[in-house]
Design a protein around this ligand. Structure first.
Ligand SMILES: Nc1ncnc2c1ncn2[C@@H]1O[C@H](COP(=O)(O)OP(=O)(O)O)[C@@H](O)[C@H]1O
Ligand SMILES: [Mg+2]
Length: 267
């Protein structure tokens, strides 16, 4: 993000998404334990770690699909848990909706409506969430389909598309809602191996061509190495270590990271 107008690199590090000592349990099961992480504006950060280590929960908490038990989570400096000012009042539904609107999430399952065409799927989200009129929504839908290389599929139905194409549509749909922070949860895990590359290519393009902040979970280690500014290794609900991909993948400092990466690469 070179910018001749701005000062030192440190001056550009503006936190987009902050987890500050976050704890979350389901019943007696502690899923996140003092989880702390900052993702700066414009950064691409990848979470890796074994199944059950809490990666999805981190994304769901940021997206306000779950509420943390303690600690704080901030989106561009604003708490998603507490109202500003004294009194420690839980966040109002209205503020919470507004903050959640600054994020977009794509899941392993693409969740397109099967009875609607691709362009109708994209229009619907914009009309209900952004309250856009039909013409404007459709124009933006087509623009975003072009971005993921699927403008020729606008009139098709989801089941006429491959899984990889449907996931690219899901990504386009998330982007039509103008998120400033994009959360991607193992978006290629449900795909046949030959379809993974096209989806990763689109993610690569989006992160390279826009200034969107991205926090993603993936088991595609080569992709993580190529795309990430930082990689964060999680285990048992905590950050084990975080480093630029060149460091984390070649000389991880924690034995747990070493073992995890070796296990993944052996597959
Ligand atoms: N809604 C829930 N209710 C009960 N347990 C949950 C719920 N969501 C997640 N968990 C548990 O929390 C742990 C971490 O889950 P998750 O965040 O999905 O991990 P990961 O994405 O790293 O595999 C798992 O043991 C999971 O079973
Ligand atoms: Mg998960």
């Amino acid at each position: 993000m070179a910018d001749s107008e701005s000062g030192s690199p440190a001056a550009q590090a503006r936190p987009a998404l902050e987890f500050d000592g976050v704890g979350k349990r389901f019943g007696k099961h502690v899923v996140l334990d003092d989880f702390t992480l900052t993702v700066n504006a414009g950064e691409t950060v990848t979470l890796i770690g074994p199944s059950g280590s809490g990666k999805t929960t981190v994304l769901r908490l940021a997206m306000l699909l779950e509420r943390a038990d303690h600690g704080d989570i901030r989106v561009f400096g604003e708490s998603v848990m507490w109202e500003p000012g004294p009194g420690h009042r839980p966040i109002s539904a209205k503020r919470s909706r507004r903050l959640a609107g600054r994020l977009g999430m794509v899941f392993q399952q693409y969740n397109l409506f099967p009875h609607m065409t691709i362009v109708q799927n994209l229009d619907l989200a914009q009309r209900t969430v952004l309250k856009l009129g039909r013409a404007e929504a459709t124009a933006r839908s087509l623009e975003h389909l072009a971005m993921v290389g699927l403008e020729d599929k606008a009139a098709s139905y989801p089941l006429q598309l491959s899984g990889g194409q449907q996931q690219r549509v899901a990504l386009a749909r998330a982007l039509t809602l103008r998120p400033e922070i994009l959360l991607l949860d193992e978006i290629t895990s449900a795909l046949d191996p030959e379809l993974v590359g096209e989806v990763l290519e689109v993610v690569r393009k989006v992160t390279a061509e826009t200034d969107i902040t991205t926090l993603l979970v993936t088991h595609e280690m080569r992709f993580a190495r190529d795309i990430s500014d930082r990689v964060v290794m999680m285990d048992e609900g905590r950050v084990v270590e975080e480093a630029p991909p060149g460091t984390l993948f070649t000389k991880p400092s924690s034995p747990r990271t070493q073992a995890f990466i070796r296990r993944i690469l052996d597959h």
